[in-house]
Design a protein around this ligand. Structure first.
Ligand SMILES: [Cu+2]
Length: 439
């Protein structure tokens, strides 16, 4: 009885502390708020979950059900999509497809059956270009059923903001400029809402570093200068064999988990983490090693790729859909990013059968970037421009570069209506979105 009371007390404490909640339930309140950026002598008006930028880091255990109650305190409807989670379709958070919008003042409860451990994130799926950009996003970590003895489990939500001289967010979204280019790229880059934060580690520590690209459009290519890092998971799922971290680009939506051992003789060192996605490098963060004696480095194998999707399963799979990605005239903004010359909601959709391997081909007819994301599924990249390009991991978002053709292999596992769209929000909001119905 006492143990039970204690458990309840702990649960309540976790709930109301607003920080990392273990499995159980969490309340998310999207509402107007403020955030302080350096450079500006003012609080920037933002929209945030629970008054935080980014939203609360939610931690829950695989094999449990996480209940998230959303209480919308914005002046407009919203929803929450759980990027990367393969869950009950009704919980996927897409207004008009899987649920009604959550109106101002209303509540909606998401029940998420968490099957697979990994790094996921959450954000609205309505007026997304604006809601995401104003600050509505957060990370969901689903922990392994059997925890591994990492010295630290760090989560970095990478983001950028387009701020004006007075410190406010540039208030025009899906502009002609954004639509003509690769969406809205900001002028201030943040990690967990901070500019170039410092992370402190001890010599000898073994750190899991989870990076999430939560930006509206920016591509990141984070590089840790002077430290070797091993990629152990991509888009939430373990890789089939760990490999050295090079310059794997992280497009909006992508996640990467790194396994980093801080050298025992690194006491007092500082390692810079920089973004090399463009010619202009940007400082992301600094990893400072305490001037202290080394700690013992934990020895264990990183999580295994359970249920990995072998590329051989697609040897005889048909290409069931080719989606041409290009801009056309029309739509709500005058320029529409289209899939097969259709603009959402007039979309060229796809129907698939559970368990049947298929190939899907994305043909980028434009010179812009299109990180294509499929909800409720993971897939493997099979070919790029006709050449075999099998990666040792699965994805839920793949960057289709200018004039590139990428074929992916997918085996649908969950029934429902799942979105497939570009994760550059200006492109998605202007029409580059469709559905895959799985039966
Ligand atoms: Cu796009």
């Amino acid at each position: 009885m006492i143990a039970r009371r204690l458990f309840t007390a702990c649960l309540l404490l976790l709930l109301f502390s607003g920080c990392a909640a273990s499995s159980g339930s969490t309340l998310l309140v999207p509402a107007p708020g403020t955030h302080r950026f350096p450079y500006f002598d003012t609080e920037t008006p933002v929209w945030s979950y629970n008054g935080r930028i980014p939203g609360p880091l939610i931690r829950a255990k695989a094999g449990t059900t996480l209940t998230v109650e959303v209480h919308n305190q914005l002046a407009e409807p919203t929803s929450i999509h759980w990027h990367g989670l393969r869950i009950d379709n009704a919980m996927d958070g897409v207004p008009g497809v899987t649920q009604d919008p959550i109106q101002p003042g209303d509540r909606f409860t998401y029940r998420l059956r968490l099957e697979e451990a990994g790094t996921y994130w959450y954000h609205p799926h309505l007026n997304t270009g604006e809601q995401l950009e104003r600050g509505l996003k957060g990370v969901l970590v689903v922990e392994e059923r059997r925890p591994l003895p990492w010295s630290q489990d760090l989560v970095w939500l990478l983001d950028d903001w387009r701020l004006q001289r007075d410190g406010t967010i540039f208030p025009h979204f899906n502009t002609h400029h954004d639509l003509m280019h690769d969406g809205r790229w900001g002028n201030v880059v943040t990690v967990n809402g901070q500019v170039a934060p410092e992370v402190v580690v001890a010599p000898g520590e073994r750190v899991r570093l989870r990076m999430v690209n939560g930006a509206n459009a920016r591509i990141f290519a984070p590089q840790i200068e002077g430290l070797s890092a091993t990629v152990i998971a991509v888009d939430g799922r373990p890789v089939s064999r760990p490999f050295p971290h090079g310059r794997l680009p992280l497009s909006p939506g992508n996640r990467i988990d790194l396994d980093i051992t801080i050298p025992a003789d690194a006491a007092g060192s500082t390692y810079r983490v920089i973004d090399r996605a463009t010619r202009r490098t940007t400082a992301l963060a600094e990893i400072r090693v305490r001037a202290a004696p080394p700690v013992a480095t934990p020895v264990f194998d990183p999580p295994l790729a359970a249920g990995f999707l072998p590329a051989a399963r697609f040897a005889d799979a048909p290409v069931v859909k080719t989606w041409d990605l290009d801009a056309i005239r029309g739509g709500a903004f005058g320029i529409g990013w289209s899939m097969n010359r259709q603009l959402w909601p007039d979309a060229d959709t796809l129907a698939l059968e559970i368990g049947k391997p298929v190939k899907i081909q994305f043909v980028n007819r434009s010179t812009r970037l299109h990180p294509m994301h499929i909800h409720g599924a993971f897939f493997r990249v099979l070919t790029v421009n006709g050449e075999s390009a099998v990666e040792p991991f699965t994805r839920d978002t793949v960057l289709v570069g200018p004039r590139e053709t990428i074929v992916v292999g997918l085996v649908p596992e969950h029934g429902g209506i799942w979105m497939a769209h570009c994760h550059i929000q200006a492109h998605a909001d202007s029409g580059m979105m469709t559905t895959i119905t799985v039966e």
